[in-house]
Design a protein around this ligand. Structure first.
Ligand SMILES: Nc1ncnc2c1ncn2[C@@H]1O[C@H](COP(=O)(O)OP(=O)(O)OP(=O)(O)O)[C@@H](O)[C@H]1O
Length: 332
């Protein structure tokens, strides 16, 4: 656990970036700091690895005050990922990832093989390992940044707007990858973003900060959407929070109907909706059994027939649901 107790940061020019911040960041979970520009997210994050020194209060990791530790030793146990990845431009991808293990004195071969394993783990094509960062896309660079931060197997990872500079589709992929990776590695991750959707998607807990580094609310996403603590949080989480809250509703069994004849299938996989003249209309979004009500509703809303398609893990159609079915699940 990382604990902030009355933590304050006043910069030399008098700016109070963080004001008496107290919160407990649970181990092995993702905690997101979110809030408007200038509210002190980055300052709060960087005080954890002491790349910014606080001016008041205490921060402890697993009960140990971080001020009692040598900053260099402290940082070795804490991975750090930033926007634009911050890779060394003159080192190849694999050497970027192997840098910290080599600094820790691992032999070259072990550092190299660990780096290759990590690149695979973050979903990077290992054919890219000998390239230089400038020869990668933004999304690929971010994956390398994550692999590099994981290289020394730190218990804690700090991630400062790591996915902000990539386009929405790549951003979505990187978010999914992070969640998948976290299911395996279970690190204590502190993640900074100004995007409430990203916070809700990634966070086990979300800390909403107000300008001046004041904590407005610290809660799991469903609670944040369902019970915003005040008008500031309500405004920040947005107008459609009711719809977003559906992300956290996972009905045991959605009332799925059998696959109708109008749905054209190839080897069981839906390929389009047949209209009266035998043409195929494009499919909308599909959802899987066990997905949230938001996914089911999205499938209904994007389907040309008003029927959302439910698929299994292999993408084969197992049934459909219409608006009435979603409404029924909402009521139950
Ligand atoms: N070195 C500095 N000297 C003086 N003030 C600073 C310094 N660094 C940051 N600040 C101020 O501290 C406040 C918090 O900054 P911080 O970067 O932590 O906010 P943030 O929430 O991460 O913002 P953003 O989302 O825009 O990156 C801001 O008012 C900022 O101008």
């Amino acid at each position: 656990m990382i604990e902030f107790e009355d933590v304050t940061k006043q910069y030399p020019d008098g700016t109070v970036a963080v004001d008496k911040l107290s919160l407990r960041i649970p181990s092995n979970q993702i905690t997101v700091f979110v809030g408007p520009s200038g509210c002190g997210k980055t300052t709060s994050l960087r005080m954890i690895n002491r790349t910014i020194e606080r001016t008041g209060g205490t921060i402890s990791i697993d009960g140990e005050d971080i001020n009692g530790k040598d900053p260099v030793t402290l940082r070795r146990g804490i991975g750090y990922v930033i926007q634009n990845a911050g890779l060394f431009p003159h080192k190849t991808v694999v050497d970027n990832v192997a840098t910290v293990p080599k600094l820790l004195g691992w032999d070259k071969r072990k550092a190299h093989s660990t780096a290759m394993e990590l690149l695979e783990r973050v979903g990077l094509d290992i054919k890219l390992a000998e390239r230089y960062p400038a020869q990668l896309s933004g999304g690929q660079q971010q994956r390398v940044g994550v692999a590099r931060a994981l290289a020394a197997d730190p218990a804690v990872m700090l991630m400062d707007e790591p996915f902000s500079a990539v386009d929405p589709i790549v951003r979505h992929q990187l978010q999914e990858e992070l969640l998948r990776l976290q299911r395996d590695i279970g690190k204590t991750i502190v993640f900074v973003t100004h995007d409430i959707d990203e916070a809700i998607k990634l966070g086990d807990n979300v800390a909403v900060l107000q300008v001046g580094g004041k904590l407005a609310q610290f809660a799991p996403p469903a609670e944040l959407l369902g019970e915003p603590a005040d008008d500031f949080v309500r405004g920040f989480v947005g107008q459609d929070r009711g719809y977003r809250a559906l992300t956290f509703v996972h009905p045991e069994e959605l009332p799925v109907q059998p696959v109708p004849d109008e749905l054209a299938l190839k080897d069981g996989v839906p390929v389009g909706w047949k209209n009266g003249s035998g043409e195929l209309l494009p499919l909308g979004a599909v959802f899987k059994r066990g997905d949230s009500l938001r996914a089911a509703l999205d499938a209904v809303l994007t389907s040309p027939t008003g029927c959302g398609i439910c698929v299994d893990d292999e993408g084969k159609a197992v049934g459909v649901i219409d608006q009435a079915g979603v409404a029924e699940a909402l009521r139950s």
